[in-house]
Design a protein around this ligand. Structure first.
Ligand SMILES: Cc1cc2nc3c(=O)[nH]c(=O)nc-3n(C[C@H](O)[C@H](O)[C@H](O)COP(=O)(O)O)c2cc1C
Length: 168
């Protein structure tokens, strides 16, 4: 009973951890793989490094490992349909029909109008419980001029607004 209560309150707490929505993408030249993820965090700036937590049951998990390349696409507030498609609404092989996707010289797919595309090489893969933490060193970055993230909060998609100091 204690474990059930803890698991439920953990989920409730995570609904309050608002996060920018990303799509993690990778490819092997002929096949493309992608998945919606919010468990993405900056690790260090020198070298520029990120981590992403991927469920071992996710289709793309088998296609990531040390030495593989991936792109972390930071979604804009207009990209909720892309997030849904890459979170399982579309089958893996038809996800890239949603959104404007291109490929870099290594064959890694990237969303051309994302807020930012961070192209990484995986340096370390740390399994923990149901997930693997993939630590990726950033090789190059594309930036969109607008900062307008798609946020996932309380189980729904929202856009960020500036805080007005004297609202209270
Ligand atoms: C907003 C949102 C954030 C998500 N974040 C993660 C995440 O960080 N890591 C993860 O493994 N799955 C995450 N998921 C779930 C995957 O996107 C989902 O299971 C997806 O279908 C991947 O599995 P598949 O490719 O096997 O279908 C998230 C889903 C949503 C809607």
């Amino acid at each position: 009973m204690v474990e059930v209560a803890l698991a439920d309150s953990f989920k409730q707490a995570m609904r309050r951890l608002a996060a920018t929505v990303t799509v993690i993408s990778t490819g092997d030249g002929s096949n493309r793989f992608g998945m919606t993820a919010t468990a993405v965090t900056s690790v260090s700036t020198d070298p520029a490094t990120l981590l992403v937590c991927v469920n071992k049951s996710a289709f793309m998990h088998a296609h990531l490992g040390v030495g593989s390349k991936m792109c972390i696409n930071l979604l804009r507030h207009v990209h909720a349909d892309i997030s849904r498609a890459f979170a399982g609404q579309r089958d893996a092989w038809e996800r890239f029909t949603v959104g404007d996707w291109a490929s870099d010289a290594d064959g890694i797919p990237y969303l051309s109008d994302a807020q930012a595309n961070l192209f990484c090489e995986v340096k370390l893969a740390v399994p923990y419980a149901t997930h693997t933490i993939f630590i990726g060193e950033v090789i190059h970055i594309r930036l969109h001029e607008l900062v307008a993230p798609l946020i996932y909060q309380d189980g729904d998609y929202v856009a960020a607004l500036p805080v007005i100091a004297d609202i209270g």
